[in-house]
Design a protein around this ligand. Structure first.
Ligand SMILES: [Zn+2]
Length: 324
């Protein structure tokens, strides 16, 4: 009974009461719980970071636009960078990209690092297998519009696929054969994103092996990943697409193959049968296989831009400015 009464008092004063020796924390002092992205397979999430120099940003408003510091602060609070700033396509002052965090001074104004703040863009490659969880997460993010800005750029599946290839290509060192394995893993993740799969892969993959017995498409054992023909064929396709050049063909797990050799190899492992591709024409088979590959991947992309670090740094910078 005493406990019940306590609970009522605590509620009135906005205090959470916990049994035992744990101290009670007033609700207004409690941090808002972090929104968790854990319901989304980690392989479907990618992150990019964009820095901003707050000295440049304030200077722009105060010195160039001749506004009061407070007005500058209020304007900057609303600021969200464009997608092209994150991609590097049109990153300009006061933004810059410094993924490794190596820069000690702003290369625009030479201001020291303490003026830097960071935006994080979390990209989700949506797949129907976790679309329900994605929607739920978006509903939660929408409730914190100050912190999160949400984008849903219009993209066809083909565009998403091409951009994915481009991103992979940028990070490949073709001199080192390790890229074949890295790309193969990326393709398997792309076609079948799941938390279960991400967990299995945490042990690392040393080799990918074609297996007609792989139940449910793949199995993992002691660093070896066994995959069914339709997955193995997709991997060869992606490796070929990334490395093909007109005269020498593309490099794959099966060696360097011309387009005809690739098609013959795919035919031999039964890849086209698994995709219901019946044409005997190699070029047509290749086109149809690409279409199937594209269709098996993400259907849409979503971005959540997290401004928490930015807002925090902006506020403390402004307060220091005011205290001067
Ligand atoms: Zn600067």
């Amino acid at each position: 009974m005493a406990e019940l009464a306590d609970a009522k008092v605590s509620k009135t004063f906005g205090i959470t009461s916990r049994v035992g020796s744990i101290p009670t924390i007033p609700i207004y002092l409690m941090k808002k719980p972090e929104i968790s992205f854990d319901s989304i397979p980690s392989s479907a999430i990618s992150e990019s970071r964009l820095k901003i120099c707050l000295k440049c940003a304030f200077d722009l408003f105060i010195k160039q636009l001749k506004v009061a510091p407070r007005t500058a602060y209020l304007e900057l609070k609303k600021h969200v960078p464009e997608q092209s700033d994150f991609s590097g396509a049109s990153t300009a002052r006061p933004h810059f990209i410094d993924e490794e965090g190596e820069l000690t001074h702003c290369h625009y104004c030479n201001g020291p690092k303490r003026w830097f703040a960071e935006f994080r863009a979390l990209r989700i490659d949506a797949h129907e297998s976790f679309e329900k969880q994605r929607k739920k997460l978006w509903t939660a993010l929408k409730k914190d519009p100050d912190r999160y800005t949400l984008w849903h750029p219009e993209r066809t599946q083909m565009q998403i696929f091409s951009e994915w290839l481009e991103r992979l290509k940028r990070n490949i060192d073709f001199e080192n054969d390790q890229w074949l394995l890295a790309v193969a893993i990326e393709q398997v993740k792309r076609a079948a994103p799941s938390n279960e799969w991400d967990e299995a892969l945490a042990g690392g993959v040393r080799r990918i092996q074609l297996s007609r017995q792989a139940e449910g498409g793949w199995s993992y054992e002691k660093g070896w990943l066994y995959v069914a023909p339709h997955i193995y064929g997709d991997v060869l396709m992606v490796q070929h697409l990334l490395s093909r050049s007109h005269s020498h063909g593309g490099r794959t797990f099966e060696g360097r193959l011309t387009l005809q050799e690739l098609i013959a190899r795919l035919r031999r492992i039964g890849y086209f049968d698994t995709k219901n591709i019946t044409t005997r024409d190699p070029y047509e088979a290749f086109e149809l296989a690409i279409a199937a590959l594209v269709a098996s991947g993400p259907q849409a992309v979503y971005y959540a831009v997290d401004r928490s670090d930015y807002l925090k740094q902006l506020k403390s910078t402004y307060e220091k400015k005011r205290a001067k």
